[in-house]
Design a protein around this ligand. Structure first.
Ligand code: UDP
Ligand code: MG
Length: 309
């Protein structure tokens, strides 16, 4: 069967969102008049979403459930969606209806005009705390500044990608992934479409601050050496300062000055350098840990149940 649109929705404990998500997606996709499928990736839900997904799939052959053996995280769930999608265009959408399904038609319009990646830009966000909006905004801007790829700001994973793009992304097997960065990195003809991000329909966010921080680290380490360069920068600064300071201090002492006597000066500089060194080690550790994970080469995800074709 040939499919035009594959809609991919990662699901982690979204039982109260599933029926409405299905209904709204069906309405929108029916109106497109083209064949479509819905890939529901169950990322280790524990609230009965898994059973609900199976129920929906039993009634509608267009639903293809991919059931993970445990929680692997949002980014990995998206990856599994890419792997199982068969459509000419693949759309990633959140399951909590923050990304209105109706916007898919606008994304599809741009795709028909010849764009290969159409990403949805959050012009407004509703129903989110100020802290979330502030940290998200900072996150996008910092990533934009320090990474080598120009990842569009205020843009989440909600996007449509052409088959060509998805086939390239499927070859990128990195473990600590940042899908929106990867989809910017590959190039192709890209364009943004603005939309109003709604409030969550039901349930609570699955992205506490800790997970957001992890995602930010994935984005930074995955797309730049900036943190490593900062360590080098501090190294040069402190080496430079000491090269200048050593003769000055020596001459002053020889001239009989008591200006640099005492423990405090030593203590402060030792603490400062010790701090900088530990931070640099930590940064190195982040990169080495990631290297180690890649070297192990474990599968990105494990499925308990997935469509066979
Ligand atoms: N999600 C997932 N696995 C996770 C966390 C989240 O599949 O470990 C899904 C979640 O079900 C939702 C989407 O990723 O469909 C976005 O999550 P959420 O709405 O909690 O994030 P927020 O919109 O608050 O940033
Ligand atoms: Mg959400």
């Amino acid at each position: 069967m040939s499919v035009t649109y594959s809609i991919v929705a990662p699901i982690y404990n979204e039982i109260d969102n599933l029926p409405l998500l299905y209904r709204r997606l069906t309405d929108v996709m029916e109106s497109s008049g083209e064949p479509w499928e819905l890939i529901l990736v169950d990322d280790g839900s524990t609230d009965g979403s898994t059973e609900k997904i199976r129920e929906l799939a039993a009634d509608d052959a267009r639903i293809r459930p991919v059931i993970f053996a445990r929680n692997f995280g949002h980014q990995i769930a998206i990856t599994a969606g890419w792997d199982y999608a068969r459509g000419d265009a693949v759309v990633i959408i959140d399951a909590d209806l923050q990304d209105p399904p109706e916007v898919i038609l606008e994304l599809a319009k741009k795709w028909k005009e010849g764009y290969e990646v159409v990403y949805a830009v959050r012009a407004e966000r509703e129903g989110e705390t100020w802290f979330k909006k502030f940290t998200a905004s900072m996150f996008y801007r910092i990533i934009y500044r320090i990474t080598d790829v120009k990842i569009p700001v205020d843009t989440g994973d909600f996007r449509l990608m052409d088959r060509k793009v998805v086939d390239v992304l499927k070859q990128m097997k990195e473990r600590h992934r940042f899908p929106r960065g990867m989809s910017a990195w590959v190039g192709f003809k890209q364009i943004g479409v603005e939309y109003k991000r709604a409030a969550r329909h039901a349930g609570v966010t699955k992205y506490p601050f800790k997970k957001m921080l992890r995602l930010a680290l994935n984005a930074i380490t995955g797309f730049s050496y900036f943190p490593l360069q900062v360590a080098t920068f501090f190294g040069f600064i402190s080496a430079g300062v000491s090269i200048l300071a050593i003769p000055v201090v020596a001459i002053l002492r020889l001239a009989g000055s008591h200006f640099f006597e005492g423990q405090t000066t030593t203590l402060v500089s030792v603490l400062f350098l010790g701090g900088v060194q530990l931070i640099s080690l930590g940064i190195l550790g982040e990169y080495i840990g990631r290297l180690y994970d890649e070297a192990k080469g474990r599968p990105l995800y494990i499925v308990r149940d997935a469509p066979r074709d």
